[in-house]
Design a protein around this ligand. Structure first.
Ligand SMILES: Nc1ncnc2c1ncn2[C@@H]1O[C@H](COP(=O)(O)OP(=O)(O)OP(=O)(O)O)[C@@H](O)[C@H]1O
Length: 211
């Protein structure tokens, strides 16, 4: 599903993360690691948001650098602490992402309704609380038909009811559309169906997998 080859990410000469060669099979992965170990760095690199050395590709050989547009349509990302242009409304953000990701008309309705966001989605993002922002970022990450969804600390900030909705989205998207997930979280995924998620551990500046 996801392939790394001679991957290296450095910040101003400091090597933060290195993956010599690794292929992840389809599935749901729980990305673990201590503070500063490199989880966000890894997710941002896979999302194509930061530069890196080496190769990252999706099956069947859709290279992030060489087929950037095709790759980006298939990989969605929700940041740990999302920031959006304050003058836009949530609805405008959703429309932007829906267009960019080639979403079917009205796809967002299910997500907005199940997270109970309809009453504020037309308000400017500047009026949103941190939980409202987080939920918007999660909706955006589910737009289109991604092959891979990257969620950085998805369990923080949102209330317990919304958390159950998010678990449901993940399970449905995986079962119905075959979407793969990388979930970086310091907390355990407390849902029966997700408790068997495969563990990826970021440590000693590399990625270790038990599968
Ligand atoms: N923009 C940056 N400039 C310089 N160094 C950075 C930058 N971003 C991250 N780093 C460094 O890269 C390493 C990995 O950081 P990263 O944010 O990926 O860790 P993390 O595992 O997501 O941490 P946390 O669990 O605290 O969110 C850290 O040593 C950090 O200081």
């Amino acid at each position: 599903m996801l392939h790394f080859e001679k991957f290296q990410k450095s910040y101003s000469g400091y090597l933060a993360l290195e993956i010599e060669k690794l292929t992840l099979r389809p599935g749901i992965y729980w990305l673990k690691g201590a503070n500063g170990s490199g989880k966000s760095t890894l997710l941002k690199a896979i999302a194509g948001l930061i530069s890196f050395e080496g190769k990252i590709s999706l099956s069947p050989d859709i290279d992030l650098k060489k087929q950037s547009v095709a790759y980006r349509k298939l990989v969605n990302f929700a940041e740990a602490e999302p920031i959006f242009p304050e003058f836009l409304t949530g609805q405008e953000m959703v429309q932007l992402f829906a267009t960019a990701k080639g979403a079917l008309a009205g796809q967002e309705q299910y997500y907005l309704e199940s997270m109970q966001m309809q009453h504020y989605i037309r308000q400017p993002v500047s009026t949103y609380s941190s939980g409202m922002l987080k939920k918007l970022s999660l909706v955006l990450a589910f737009m289109g038909s991604p092959q891979l969804i990257l969620l950085d600390e998805p369990l923080i900030t949102i209330d317990s009811e919304s958390l159950q909705v998010l678990y449901q989205w993940i399970i449905e998207k995986h079962q119905k559309a075959g979407t793969n997930f990388l979930l970086a979280s310091h907390q355990a995924l407390e849902h029966e169906s997700l408790s068997k998620a495969q563990v990826l551990q970021v440590e000693n500046r590399t990625l270790k997998t038990s599968c």
